[in-house]
Ligand binder design. Structure first.
Ligand code: AMP
Ligand code: MG
Length: 491
């Protein structure tokens, strides 16, 4: 069989300390659960050319390594909940190589849950079906929402149990990413005093992701550009109520994509201290903490780059601080720009931050659903006042609504026109993967082997902008009885 992908091997060509060769461990009875035809097409992969479902299941389980692949696991380190772990690495993920897509971009293609690697430590190298389906759904929803993210190409059931607290069905996710290089990858070499390794990694990242930082290779420019993309990314999360859940430095991609969907979830009632992850007992990665964790993570990256920034450590620190000090302002700018758009504003006024904050405060006090409130602003602009009903005290919304209409009037926006147009509906989604829905489809898959609810939810959340009568139930928040308050990594 000819190679199904146009492989290039840039990462595998880096020195031996960057990775370890590893073959996937075959699984008993692979069954194809989901396959992303649109993404496959971007990669030049033709499903019908390749074979039937059984052939795809063999491929995307790791049972048949694609021709031309160079399977490796990547070395990295990371701060986990603030504590440094000098060696983590891909303990259950295998990179087959980079694929040149139809636009000529290089995309990593990785099998997650494909068996043990030299970095597995005590782990089994496997993934459970629940987290695989969650990552598939949420990453594809994020992509549809316009958020930079890794993608899901396929999910395969292994036919083997994995043992967590209880036996669970096992699965493999095939993930596509701009790359899998993390802040923790830089930390891995820095922690070993391997400045050459840091430099080689930085040069690789510049060539792959930040070509404008290349001539001459300025590592400060690289730090600046990574910081910029991270600020843009976290602002997008905040504008969608997304909570990553585990913003450890080993889960932060230097490409600026959302990476490693674990116990992630979307907030419903607005509350900055919302946490879903069962392992985040201190609320370190709560919704409203994410803007504070970002500069902390970037500071960890900056530390690794110091030897490249200047021969004098003092001057290197000064240069790095010059970038790090801009991060809160930069993030605030992306935040403001995005929330202005969510209110349909096209101009800037000094009072806009206060206007946005006062809506968020009313939502917080009124336990109003984040997604639905913004979605219903378009109807409210046309005089439909349903949005008020989402607030415990609808009058708290009324006061804000008057301010908003006055603000629109000052920039000459006619609310009736705004209500009709796509401006608001293209930034305030109708459908997000609500946590109780995600849990519901995972349960159906695990308990009844029924993937139909998963496929249905996937179809809904990957078309988030248009209201559809038939999907109305997916747009509403969980009832008290349906509400899920905890999510699990499942590792
Ligand atoms: P995660 O929580 O998925 O971001 O993983 C953190 C670290 O633990 C990474 O180095 C993973 O490769 C590793 N890991 C997680 N689950 C497993 C597993 N089942 N087997 C081996 N390594 C794992
Ligand atoms: Mg991770």
């Amino acid at each position: 069989m000819s190679t199904p992908f146009r492989f290039v091997h840039r990462y595998a060509a880096l020195p031996a300390s960057f990775h370890a060769a590893v073959e996937p461990t075959p699984v008993a009875t692979p069954t194809l659960l989901a396959f992303n035809t649109a993404l496959a097409a971007e990669l030049g992969f033709d499903r019908t050319d390749y074979g039937d479902d059984a052939a795809l299941a063999a491929l995307f389980s790791g049972n048949r390594v694609p021709t031309g692949a160079t399977p490796i696991a990547l070395a990295y380190a990371g701060h986990q909940f603030g504590n440094f772990v000098p060696q983590l690495g891909d303990g259950r993920a295998i990179l087959m190589g980079e694929v040149e897509d139809l636009q000529g971009r290089l995309r990593d293609i990785q099998w997650k849950g494909a068996g043990r690697t030299p970095y597995s430590r005590g782990g089994d190298g496997r993934a459970a079906l629940g987290p695989v389906l969650r990552e598939y759904l949420v990453s594809e929803a994020m992509h549809a929402l316009g958020v930079p993210t890794t993608r899901a190409l396929a999910a395969v059931a292994t036919g083997e149990p994995v043992y967590r607290d209880t036996p669970l069905p096992g699965a493999v996710l095939t993930r596509v990413a701009a790359s899998h290089i993390r802040i923790g990858t830089f930390q891995y070499f820095a922690a070993r005093g391997d400045t050459d390794g840091v430099r080689q990694l930085a040069d690789h990242v510049i060539a792959r992701h930040y070509p404008t930082a290349a001539e001459p290779a300025t590592y400060l420019r690289l730090l600046e550009q990574i910081a910029d993309r991270q600020c843009a990314l976290i602002a997008r999360w905040l504008q969608l109520g997304f909570i990553h859940g585990v913003m450890n430095t080993d889960n932060v991609a230097v490409s600026g994509e959302t990476l490693d969907y674990g116990p992630c979830a979307f907030m419903e009632a607005f509350a900055p201290d919302t946490v879903f992850s069962a392992i985040d007992r201190q609320g370190r990665y709560a919704y409203g903490e994410q803007p504070r964790i970002l500069p902390w993570n970037l500071a960890r990256l900056a530390e690794t780059l110091l030897p490249l920034l200047d021969p004098s450590e003092d001057r290197a620190i000064e240069k790095a601080m010059g970038v790090l000090n801009t991060v809160p302002t930069l993030l605030a700018a992306y935040w403001l720009e995005g929330f202005r758009r969510k209110l349909g504003l096209t101009t800037a006024e000094d009072g806009d931050t206060a206007l946005i904050q006062s809506l968020l405060q009313a939502m917080h006090q009124g336990a109003a659903d984040f997604t639905l409130t913004f979605r219903q602003l378009a109807a409210y602009a046309a005089g439909d006042t349903r949005v008020r009903q989402g607030f415990k005290d609808p009058q708290a919304f009324d006061a804000w609504g008057i301010d908003w209409r006055a603000r629109l009037a000052r920039e000459g926006t006619d609310p009736a026109q705004l209500a009709l147009g796509a401006r608001l509906r293209r930034v305030n989604p109708a459908y997000i993967p609500r946590n109780h829905r995600v849990q519901e489809v995972i349960s159906a898959a695990i308990e009844g082997g029924d993937l139909a609810p998963f496929q249905r939810l996937l179809a809904v959340v990957t078309q988030p902008w248009e209201d559809r009568e038939a999907d109305a139930a997916y747009a509403v928040p969980a009832t008290a009885a349906e509400r899920i308050t905890q999510t699990f990594c499942g590792t």
